[in-house]
Design a protein around this ligand. Structure first.
Ligand code: GLU
Length: 411
């Protein structure tokens, strides 16, 4: 099942509970604009290389469209469309005044030099600058992009439209960024993990956690959870990972990755394990924080964790999701679990527009407040209606978007 088909399946499940008519479903499922562009650059060796870029602007009923820009070789229109719709729901679930969008370029990041990546990013902005804007659509980091890409975007966009720090979020702190944006998604995952544990009556100090993915999200989640007294027993990236039943030294792993091209390859703490082995560990909490589609119909029976926090977008395929639901596994869905990033993006954007600086304490406090409220709301809907957290989050998000659509008189 392709990504957008999966998102539609979850959507219909919630829409059925809301008795949503077909014409409203069509409206909600149809992106406002989908753009596919050619991005051609000159490589460092003088050769010409052409890539395909996408921006899907799904919905702006609740505010300007918002969502990351992904550089990954598997990016295609179907995936971007699905992720754009998830952004619309994500911003609605955490109740920040945005719609949803997503973009990407199909490119193997490790094959390009930093200078080539800069050319690629700028060229992409050349082709889409007139359909984005601080009140229209605001990109941000996603898989394969980070603060420096965002600085290039701000600079390139400003060449056409004048000084515009609010065109993009996730910028370097020294360049109109906000402290705490980089850690925000991982920290949010950590905050929501603790909330879930507390609702289930589990104590952090009795909790073993395995995290798949040790990029920005996975590493910050690991650090936060270790500081909160959880035992992080396994981490991995695409090169494999390690498992230590006594608990890993997360800071050592982070330092190692930082000095080895952001990879854990060769890191030895406990025993080396594969990604498949990590997913099957006998832990209390499993956090897939890497790519989509890692828990499938084929490996779902090996998953033992009673709690899964979806730090990545769409890490569980729908057939696997249904099997987990049947088994009573508590899954905190991506549109809630990883919403910390876009939440702090919102603070950054608001700060940019007010020419005012927030400090890290305030960012962390507000992040905690926004995520806690969203968690309580989703949890309550799930208990009241006896539905999964995913269906509850979709239901809450769809309701908010539908309400804004009706209020605006669009239909
Ligand atoms: N790419 C992140 C996400 O999927 C962040 C988006 C943003 O900050 O706008 O939520």
């Amino acid at each position: 099942m392709k990504a957008f088909e999966a998102t539609q399946r979850y959507f219909h499940r919630a829409a059925d509970l809301l008795d949503m008519p077909d014409n409203m479903r069509t409206l909600a499922l149809t992106a406002q604009r989908e753009v596919q562009v050619q991005v051609t650059i000159e490589r460092d060796d003088g050769n010409v290389a052409t890539y395909i870029g996408y921006r899907v602007q799904h919905n702006n009923a609740r505010g300007p469209m918002k969502g990351g820009l992904r550089f990954h070789h598997e990016v295609d229109l179907d995936e971007v469309r699905s992720l754009a719709m998830l952004m619309t729901l994500k911003t609605a679930v955490v109740n920040i005044p945005y719609g949803g969008a997503k973009g990407g370029i199909a490119v193997k990041v490790r094959d390009l030099s930093r200078r080539e990546l800069q050319r690629l990013t700028r060229k992409f902005i050349d082709t889409i600058h007139d359909i984005i804007g601080p009140d229209i659509d605001i990109p941000a980091p996603d898989m394969g992009t980070g603060a420096e890409h965002m600085a290039w975007i701000m600079n390139q966009y400003s060449k056409y439209h004048g000084f515009s720090p609010g065109i993009v979020t996730g910028k370097p702190v020294e360049m109109y960024g906000i402290p705490g944006r980089e850690e925000a998604t991982g920290r949010g995952v950590g905050i929501l993990t603790l909330k879930t544990l507390s609702r289930l009556g589990r104590k952090p100090q009795d909790t073993k956690v395995a995290i798949q993915g040790f990029g920005n999200v996975g590493s910050h989640a690991a650090k936060f959870l270790q500081e909160a007294d959880c035992r992080v027993v396994a981490v991995s990236d695409h090169t494999g990972g390690c498992y230590n039943a006594q608990g890993l030294e997360v800071m050592n792993a982070i330092r190692y990755a930082n000095s080895h091209e952001h990879l854990l390859e060769g890191y030895a703490d406990g025993e080396r394990i594969t990604n498949e082995e990590l997913l099957a560990l006998d832990v209390d909490v499993l956090i897939p924080a890497a790519i989509g589609g890692v828990i499938t119909a084929d490996n779902v029976d090996t998953v033992k964790a009673p709690v899964i926090i979806e730090a990545a977008n769409e890490p569980i395929r729908p057939e696997a999701n249904d099997a987990l639901e049947e088994r009573g596994v508590v899954v905190v869905p991506d549109i809630l679990a990883n919403a910390g990033g876009v939440t702090v993006s919102y603070f950054e954007w608001a700060q940019n527009r007010q020419y005012y600086r927030w400090n890290l304490d305030r960012v962390r406090q507000e992040l905690d407040r926004v995520l806690s409220q969203a968690f309580e709301e989703v949890w309550d809907v799930s208990k009241e209606r006896k539905i999964s957290l995913r269906t509850a989050a979709f239901l809450l998000g769809i309701k908010r978007v539908a309400k804004a659509t009706v209020l605006a008189g669009i239909v």
